[in-house]
Design a protein around this ligand. Sequence first.
Ligand code: JAH
Length: 278
Amino acid sequence: MTQPPPALTFSVLTLFPELLRPFAAEALLGKAQARGLVQVQLRDLRQWSGNRHHKVDDTPYGGGAGMVIRVDVVARALDALRAEQPVDEVVMLTPAGQTFRQADAEAWAAQGGHWVILCGRYEGFDARVERLVTREVSIGDFVMMGGEAAAACIMEAVARLVPGVLGDQASHEDDSFSSGLLDYPEYTRPPVWEGEGVPEVLQGGHHGAIAGWRRTQALARTLERRPDLLPTAGLTPQDSAELLRLGATPEQLTGWNAPEPPASKPPRRKRKAAADPV
Ligand code: JAH
């Protein structure tokens, strides 16, 4: 039987392919490639320098520090990749790009196809490279020495969402961000470590109670650490009640667009005491 082509191919255009070689070859990304689910091709931009010195950069017009990667070199590289295999997206990694989020990882994995990732070094690319790309992406508001580490982050985030890459498909449904909330805390043995025990409810085997405890923990952690996630967390009326109990104010709930908590239950009537036997 012939293998189907990989659902997703990344071609990384970089001046330092060796930086990414072990990353692509090891662990889950390596396994996914061995199983034909994902492909990572590392391509050295110098191959398209067009000169015997393999020089791909030049000094900036207008002066200033550092070197700029030439647009004609990038254009030749992209033409060559396209001649080998149709390209669906060309992504430039730059601190000026749109921030890459879990929703993007999900969309890219679902879209699949052939993605070229352009990694810069030095002061970056000639501005005209923008005409050659379909997206400009950043992984956060910090400047790195080049795009390679960002490419590694993005490939890992996307590849793990390709069907079959993770052993247990259920396991990414309760990841942080998939639920919209931070994860609940997990515990394993030993049951007591340096005086700190594992919560009793987790050792009891009452699955409903465990699910409720975990939801409360996820809400509490998100309220404490990342309240900015709450407006898009898909909160239920029960969650709203729980957040109030955890110290959130009704005004905060309104700001997060949280649903009204369920009408508070009337106090439970005490069962009428059985008449005293006479
Ligand atoms: C730095 C080329 N966090 C996004 C990001 C992406 C790329 C770069 N820095 C940050 C970068 C120097 C040269 C790219």
